[in-house]
Design a binder for this molecule. Sequence first.
Ligand SMILES: [Zn+2]
Length: 202
Amino acid sequence: MIIDCHTHTPRPDAIVNIGPDGKPLLPYSYSVGIHPWDAAKATDTDMERICSLAESPNVIAIGETGLDAIHRDSLPRQEELFRRHIDLSERLHKPLILHVVRSIDDILAIHKETHPTQAWIIHGFRGKPQQARQLTKAGLYLSFGERFNPESITSTPPEQRLIETDTSNLLIETIAANTGISPALAASNLTSVLNRQNVSTP
Ligand SMILES: [Zn+2]
């Protein structure tokens, strides 16, 4: 049972994030993608490598990908790679894990434009309640980790709440206790994300 939707440390109860040089070794489950911070230096060969790794049965999600406006210079390349990750997610029917910094409006616009069948999960969500409402209304899932705005959790429908450890030293059980999102709820939400086939988002 997978509870932790995003980490960089191999663990059995988590989706372990790897990049183009990673190896999706059993018995773990993985997500594979080019992080927006690496967009500037990422080559097309890296993207091809992501596409081939993504075919592995134990790669169960695509990402992390997305937009980070703090890294302003690479934004055009970030968006280009982000769109290729969206295509991959749709083609392989695997959900998308997003890293989003100061780009919520752009993410919402691209979500509306591409109208994906797969779930999009914003990982490490620290935004405001108003943004949580906007994103979840559009059908996105929000994953909460070590740092979060408690009001944003209350503004997220229970069925769209996920939890993660990411790079934190805290245990997922501690994150669950801190956020008030139980491991059982997180696991069941993640199961519906992973089992979704071709359900269109609103
Ligand atoms: Zn991460």
